[in-house]
Write a protein that binds this ligand. Sequence first.
Ligand code: FAD
Ligand code: SF4
Ligand code: SF4
Ligand code: SF4
Length: 391
Amino acid sequence: MALFGGKTEVKKGDMFYAWTTDSDIAKKAECGGAVTSLLKYALENKMVDAVLAVKRGADIYDAIPTIITNPKDLGNTAGSLHCGTLLTSKLVKNYFDGAKKQKLGIAVKGCDLMGILELAKRGDINLDNLLMIGVNCGGTVSPVTARKMITEKFGVDPNKVTKEEIDKGQFIIEYEGGHKGIKIDDLEDEGYGRRSNCRRCLYKIPRQADLACGNWGVIGDKAGKATFVEVCSDKGADLMSKAVKAKVVEVSAPEPKGIEIRGKTENAMLKLGQKWRQKDFSAISENLWEVIAEETGRCIKCYTCIEKCPVCFPVADMLKKDSPMIRRGVVPADPMFHLRRFAHISDSCINCGQCEELCPMEIPLALFGNAIREEADRAFAPKLGPSKYSN
Ligand code: FAD
Ligand code: SF4
Ligand code: SF4
Ligand code: SF4
């Protein structure tokens, strides 16, 4: 059976414009609705036993991870929540037994995917049982920052905002009475915009997933109405092929110009990420340990940074026990608590930002973790050359 233009099979490396044939999903989806429709197809056809995706809660700032077993419920997860700063990888370990006994379909951003790979390396997730639909990611905005930014920069009551999107470098809101967009670069110059770890992120198109989906590169009459899908594995090719044959999604060949634009946008985002790394790391490189000691002096030992970190174990439990180094009931935490934690994550911090996002004392933990990882990478892989960030 021909898929399009005489093409009869899908294989790794193929690229498509894809759009759902389900009108309900199409209404709620971010662009073509391919992600939701493919996950729904996989669940309906028992390719997976459940799906882990994200749905909107009380408002646009509230992203709720949800495990779905009834395909009808998948429609609620369509759409991108740019204030959804959550990380789904550890949820697979904690609430789905690391997919060791059941198969799970999951929508993943780059950081979700990196967290899953780290957990798989540690034997906590079975990759064979995962079907991963990657979504490109330009970044997320903390809900607290988003509310402040919408009030102060957009002059709009954040409670009146009904929709947000990031398009062509702008953060755009729709609210009762109108819509407004401001360039993210301008917002970030003034301390608003994406989380600091997202600015430094170097994983924009998650090609280690089975499919990598996004809106970059969708141009012409399909702009805004189709999802750009890159097939990244045989599992992804199998899903795409079956879903197209079942007419769950329709596909067309991407515009060559669109492929070019997608590549250029990805490169521009990676350069921007490097620029932020340079800026953030050089600001602390001269006295990193003094800065760490000062900032972590506020720590109240709530242990959230350990609980949420996808790589901070097996020492996690040990760090919470009473010991001369930790001293239960004593705050602030002994500096050794942090140094030990940083030593443990130094070779594997994925810069997901969970520790920093959730720290009640607003300690820039991801910045430290990311900077230490950068140094460790260079120490253990001399061919990378000396750190660009230290003077
Ligand atoms: P839909 O069918 O609408 O499905 C969207 C899926 O994304 C759902 O499964 C939902 O659970 C999941 N999801 C929603 N919010 C989150 C979240 N915060 N974390 C994890 N999963 C989530 N594409 C680009 O090409 N360039 C970008 O810069 C870009 N930035 C993005 C930033 C974020 C935070 C997100 C979530 C997505 C981003 N995307 C980006 C991807 C794009 O917005 C669409 O998700 C993608 O094109 C698929 O479209 P769709 O209509 O097929 O998805
Ligand atoms: Fe997206 Fe990267 Fe931020 Fe994760 S760390 S939300 S992948 S920009
Ligand atoms: Fe993510 Fe922080 Fe753990 Fe690094 S240390 S992986 S940024 S939670
Ligand atoms: Fe300390 Fe913050 Fe970690 Fe809590 S999340 S233990 S306050 S550094």
